[in-house]
Design a protein around this ligand. Structure first.
Ligand code: GDP
Ligand code: MG
Length: 191
């Protein structure tokens, strides 16, 4: 649901396949957990979330990494104000894949526009293998200010992930576009 009075931010959900990207968005929107279908291409959702400077209309683009949809990536990434980078705490490879996603998004964000990033360590309800040290090094290397462990399954910290991203975008003045002009940036042909 969109509230026309609030600013809009375009947010990408990115990370390794099966890291829990779609589940995380599902948990945010529906406040519950069900087995979600694998993402084909991209899922789109809208949600009002509150950052430290007030509410923001998030338009959320949940990307699948399937290679046959790679050609759509530049258009999806264009104009992104924020990225939730999702890693699976039980999958040691998911951190490297998240790094590749971040580089891909930066290269496709052809306006070279700044965007805020929150790293979400998902599946916190399971026994993780990714050490705090590796995560800290990753954040330092990619200049990521915020890491939040969470679980789409239990709902723990899911809202905090998105609220923190809102605050980061607000601090960096990235979520201030007037709703009508920002909506106009979304090309209906890709919906
Ligand atoms: N235990 C647990 N499983 C999760 C969690 N989040 C997602 N999953 C499971 O991980 C698998 C992949 O989830 P999905 O959301 O499709 O991942 P995506 O490919 O990144 O969108 C599914 O079987 C989910 O039920 C979580 O927080 N905890
Ligand atoms: Mg998915």
């Amino acid at each position: 649901m969109v509230n026309e009075r609030h600013p809009i931010a375009k947010v990408l959900i990115a990370g390794a396949p099966s890291a829990g990207k779609t589940s995380l968005v599902h948990s945010l929107i529906f406040e519950g957990f069900t087995e979600v279908a694998p993402t084909i291409g991209v899922n789109f959702a809208q949600k009002v979330c509150r950052g430290e400077a007030g509410p923001v209309n998030l338009s959320i683009w949940d990307l699948s990494g399937q290679s046959r949809f790679r050609c759509l990536m530049p258009r999806f990434c264009q104009g992104a104000n924020g990225v939730v980078l999702v890693v699976d705490l039980t999958d040691p490879d998911s951190l490297d894949i998240a790094g590749q996603w971040l580089e891909l998004i930066s290269s496709f964000n052809n306006l070279q526009q700044e965007f805020a990033v929150v790293l979400a360590g998902n599946k916190g309800d399971l026994l993780g293998v990714l050490t705090q040290k590796r995560i800290q090094l990753f954040c330092a290397r990619h200049n990521i200010m915020e890491y939040i462990p969470c679980s789409a399954k239990t709902g723990e910290n899911v809202r905090l992930v998105f609220e923190s991203l809102c605050s980061a975008m607000q601090r960096n003045h990235l979520a201030v576009t007037a709703p009508s002009s920002n909506l106009a940036q979304i090309d209906p042909s890709i919906l």
